[in-house]
Design a protein around this ligand. Structure first.
Ligand code: UTP
Length: 287
């Protein structure tokens, strides 16, 4: 079955980026001059996904606006002769089909995914967290979809993390059945390093079977009083197989300040108009 839809939950409060996120959704903070959410939507489009479902919250309307038409702005830019930017704006508005649903209270990632139930319907779907940027030859989510196409089961993205960081992630217990492919046996949300079953962390890309909705509906709050997607996965794995895909690519955690700076530098270095200047500047910084 073709995977057509991706849910992108953007209803979190982004407290790590206050005061910037007091009025600006963190997903619209730019990496150089492109709002970070656009990279994630582009990854979905490049992977063949046809519809994006944003799970939004209060103050997040700007995210939908970013993917909408902007006729007045286009007209103004046309009058000023800036046809390149008009083309860029048109490309963004025509990238993909966008719909949205509100999560009225930020009750957790699992709850945010549940809010998309009616828009997803009874079919498998992707979940993509905008906090994770993945730079890869084969789009990150496409690598998971490939495994889904072969197995028809749910797939999570995995990355090995240092022991000092396991407490920040959902961690799997599992075994590698093929190079970079894991069979997940259990998942645990943010364990202490001493209790962690492995160092394989779940990164913000998933392909989920619709059975997850029923599980999330009945799930009690977990860590931090939030309905955790990881808890939902640990129930799902008792009913059906879940695979883990140790994706190939570079991941930037832009929900974290250092990760955001890292991504900004890396993406600037990829730009022909900036690369030399940025490199020269970095080399000139005294240490
Ligand atoms: P996080 O908890 O990492 O992000 O959620 P946050 O709450 O936005 O940011 P901080 O930690 O306060 O700085 C991971 C992802 O899940 C979404 C967030 O938008 C983010 O993309 N999320 C989280 C929701 O949509 N709803 C929730 O209730 C919780």
């Amino acid at each position: 079955m073709k995977l057509r839809k991706a849910v992108i939950p953007v209803a979190g409060l982004g407290t790590r980026f206050l005061p910037a996120t007091k009025t600006v959704p963190k997903e619209l903070l730019p990496i150089v001059d492109i709002p970070s959410i656009q990279y994630v939507v582009q990854e979905a489009v490049d992977a063949g996904i046809e519809e994006i479902i944003f799970v939004t919250g209060r103050g997040k309307d700007g995210i939908e606006d970013h993917f909408d038409e902007a006729p007045e702005l286009e007209q103004l830019l046309t009058e000023r002769g800036n046809h390149e930017m008009v083309k860029t704006l048109r490309m963004i508005a025509e990238m993909t089909e966008v719909v949205s649903v509100r999560q009225k209270k930020p009750l957790g990632l699992g709850h945010a995914v549940l809010c998309a139930k009616d828009l997803v319907g009874d079919e498998p779907f992707a979940v993509m967290l905008a906090d994770d940027l993945i730079e890869a030859e084969v789009p990150g989510i496409r690598q998971l979809i490939k495994i889904f196409e072969e197995t028809s089961e749910s797939v999570v993205a995995l990355m090995e993390v240092p022991e000092s960081e396991v407490h920040q992630y959902g961690i799997i217990k599992g075994r590698e059945i093929k190079k970079r492919l894991y069979q997940v046996e259990a998942t645990v949300e943010k364990p202490l390093a001493k209790d962690a079953p492995s160092r394989m962390a779940i990164i913000g890309r998933y392909v989920l079977r619709p059975e997850i909705f029923k599980i999330l509906q009945d799930l009690p709050p977990g860590r931090g009083g939030e309905i955790q997607l990881t808890d939902g996965l640990s129930q799902l794995v008792r009913e059906r197989k879940i695979f883990g895909c140790e994706f190939v690519g570079e991941r930037y955690d832009i929900g974290d300040k250092f990760g955001f700076v890292r991504a900004t530098v890396a993406y600037a270095l990829k730009r022909a108009d900036l690369r030399d200047k940025v490199l020269e500047y970095l080399k000139s910084i005294p240490n």
